[in-house]
Ligand binder design. Sequence first.
Ligand SMILES: [Mg+2]
Length: 373
Amino acid sequence: MERIREIRVHRLVGATVDGGWPSGHRPEDDLHALVEVVTDQGRSGFGSVFTNYQLVQAGVQTLRPYWQDESAIEPERVSEKLRQSAFWQGRGGTLEHVISGIDIALWDLLGQVSGQPVARLLGGFYRRKIRPYASLLFDEPDVLVERLRWAVGRGFRAIKLGWRPFGRRDARFDELLVRTARETVGPDVDLLVDAGGSEQFWPHGYKWALRTAQMLAAYDVGWFEEPLPPDDLEGYCLLREHSPVPIAGGEVFTRRQSFQLWIERRAWDIVQPDSTKCGGLSEARRIAWWAYDHNVQFVSHGWNTAVGLAADLHLAAALPVARYVEFLTPAPYIEELTVEPFVLDEEGYLQIPDRPGLGITIDRDALQRFSGA
Ligand SMILES: [Mg+2]
């Protein structure tokens, strides 16, 4: 059996995009890393982690006794072993983010070794293509108009707008932003709104969220994401019941168990695990099926890298119901990290890769360029 020989961590800096936080952003911000699992046969599988380089390095070294010489082609068992072995170092959080990347890389390796695309190994192709939504930040109205025209011009037929300044000034300004967006893209482009309630010191509660949801409904917005602080379970349950637009959330959670109660309580209409945080493809798939069996929609949170997007595409292919994947753009760690870029077809869809593994080829020159060396 092919075994894990080494796990390398690749830093991604120099082209980090604005995440919408109030402190602003620099291209040198260290938010994502890639892990490369190398086997004793010299094969490499790639995973993505939504955590900075130093923490990923520390996590990989902390977990070394549990992955060293383990099978390179049994992602579910090995990532569950890492998860259960990390008990004393804290369940969830950084170590779960690190396990996410290792898990994705092991799925990539299983696919390469077996000659099958990951989607087939996850259960099979319910679909061969899916609509990506362009994930953009809100901005002042004139800037917003330009950004939206650019995204529509690139072929996106679904767009999400999120974070500042929406929800940070007053209700009139929020409505101006959403009206501007709808008027710019017209009635045929799906429009989604993300309040970014997991920002630190989020000030809004249920009443703000309900009133804002009613405003969004008037502009035919497809969902309202993170309108409340991420742990306000009762607030989400109440809002989901009374909001005229679907409520989405869950991007910050780790481990499948964290999602269970929220799905059982129907706290969200749409659950959004991030496969580069929640525990990888193995854990995201379990969450997705738990959601499916409670008739809660699943849409991956995908504010990460080309490896994360490829993982999301394979999982979306292998679920009975799937509507979108998130496509952060413009984003060099997505659009410049693979040899063949992701290309939208004329109807605004992305093909699910059908080559073995994740079906992408990492551009080693780009990895070097983003390493900060
Ligand atoms: Mg979000």
